[in-house]
Design a protein around this ligand. Structure first.
Ligand SMILES: [Zn+2]
Length: 245
């Protein structure tokens, strides 16, 4: 593969742009905010489920309270009716005794029902407190999620800007490179991730492996317009005065 040494050197600019594009892609996939968001979404779901469960308990209790109140009202209405009959003076003594007995029973029943109602109300109050606490927890979790999402979006905007700039640089570089050299570079980049690197101080810039003396002398003797590849990683080795040849 032959290529003008100046064109070979321009490959280094392209490799730098491609490395930056690869970093952008890597950062898009691995930015810590992504894991934070997944975690925060999980927390929001859990807190929201907890709140719904409490709301269901409260609804159940409200129904029980309403039932209990209705029953108390019914007992009270019966007591009122009985008291009226007692006061009416139309009952004989047997009926009076029965009525007094029934009233006493109703009063005991009412007292039990009222105690139960009080207990229900206390339970409701405790669960209502749990609900308020769960609501605060949910709001906190939602805030954490929104905060992480905001940071992710900021990062994405930065990455978009960076990527657009690099892509513009790349679009400018491409027409300056011979098509066959570019295709050669792209094949290596597709296989190894890095298409070309600078040979500097006897090391390949892509794999950082030191090149042995025999290979160095072979490279030294290779004409400048001949494309040299790293024997270790396959990247195009671009020679410049920094190469130490
Ligand atoms: Zn290498």
């Amino acid at each position: 593969m032959k290529a003008d040494p100046a064109a070979q050197r321009r490959l280094l600019d392209l490799a730098e742009v491609d490395a930056e594009l690869a970093r952008v892609l890597h950062r898009r996939r691995t930015m810590p905010e992504l894991a934070e968001i997944t975690e925060a979404e999980k927390t929001v779901r859990a807190k929201s489920d907890a709140l719904v469960a409490i709301q269901i308990q409260l609804d159940d209790l409200d129904r029980e309270v309403a039932k209990q109140e209705k029953e108390i009202d019914a007992v009270r209405a019966r007591e009122d009716r009985d008291r009226k009959l007692l006061a009416g003076g139309t009952l004989n003594s047997k009926q009076l005794t029965d009525m007094e007995h029934e009233l006493a029973t109703l009063e005991r029943r009412q007292s039990v029902l009222e105690d139960d109602l009080l207990e229900l109300m206390e339970r409701r109050e405790a669960i209502d407190m749990d609900g308020k606490h769960a609501g605060v927890e949910l709001a906190k979790a939602q805030e954490t999620l929104a905060e992480a999402t905001g940071r992710r979006d900021e990062n994405l905007a930065d990455l978009d800007t960076n990527q657009a700039r690099r892509e513009a640089e790349r679009a400018k570089l491409i027409p300056t490179l011979p098509a066959d050299l570019l295709a050669f570079y792209e094949r290596r980049r597709a296989q190894r991730g890095i298409g070309a690197s600078l040979l500097r101080a006897r090391r390949c810039g892509a794999c950082r492996i030191e090149i042995d003396t025999r290979e160095m002398s072979r490279i030294r003797e290779t004409p400048a317009d001949e494309v040299v590849e790293c024997q270790e990683c396959g990247a195009i080795l671009v020679r410049t005065p920094e190469s130490g040849l």
